[in-house]
Design a protein around this ligand. Structure first.
Ligand code: FES
Ligand code: FES
Length: 180
């Protein structure tokens, strides 16, 4: 602690620990972009409405513009910069490239992080608002276009690339399933 409103916190981002001094009122988005130059998470609305700033915190998707940086102290944060591994794009990134899942790309980092989190939620059996059978004994709902649209409804795309975003997510899900 350096003074009453500023803290030095360890931010574990994409496997590396950074120790920026951050104002206790600073959002995780600003701490990432301005504090440690991770500019993948984008600032769209800065008020939780567009999803462009989505990152994963301990594997769960959050809008980083509504998350205080100090609240992420001790957590593992993944930004879009951390999705590729060993020089290989993440399967979702590959699908977005192959199936034109973006236009201007401004929403894309958030779409990708959100989709990674969403696929994990679906695999864990989490239902969505359009899942027909939400009883505890129901099988995991099939991931179809309607499910993907609902589950990614917090991520807006002003270019309207939704059809190819949904196609990319479904393609990734079926490739992952086929790979077993
Ligand atoms: Fe965070 Fe829009 S910038 S939701
Ligand atoms: Fe332009 Fe989504 S690709 S906002």
């Amino acid at each position: 602690m350096t003074n009453e409103t500023c803290s030095e916190i360890p931010l574990r981002v994409n496997g590396l620990t950074h120790s920026p001094h951050v104002d206790n009122r600073r959002t995780l988005l600003d701490a990432l972009r301005e504090g440690i130059a991770h500019t993948g998470p984008m600032k769209g609305c800065d008020r939780g409405q567009c999803g462009a700033c989505t990152v994963l915190v301990d594997g769960r998707r959050v809008v980083s513009c509504l998350t205080l940086a100090v609240a992420a102290d001790g957590s593992g944060i993944t930004t879009v910069e951390g999705l590729a591994q060993d020089g290989e794009l993440h399967p979702l990134q590959q699908a977005f490239v192959q199936l034109d899942g973006f236009r201007c790309w401004y929403c894309t980092p958030g779409q990708l992080c959100s989709a990674v989190g969403m696929l994990a939620e679906h695999s864990a059996g989490w239902p969505s608002a359009v899942t027909a059978d939400v009883s505890p004994e129901a099988p995991i709902a099939e991931l179809d276009s309607e499910e993907v649209r609902e589950r990614l409804s917090g991520n807006l795309c002003r270019c309207g690339a939704y059809p190819s975003i949904v196609r990319s997510v479904l393609e990734t899900a079926s490739r992952t399933e086929a790979a077993g």
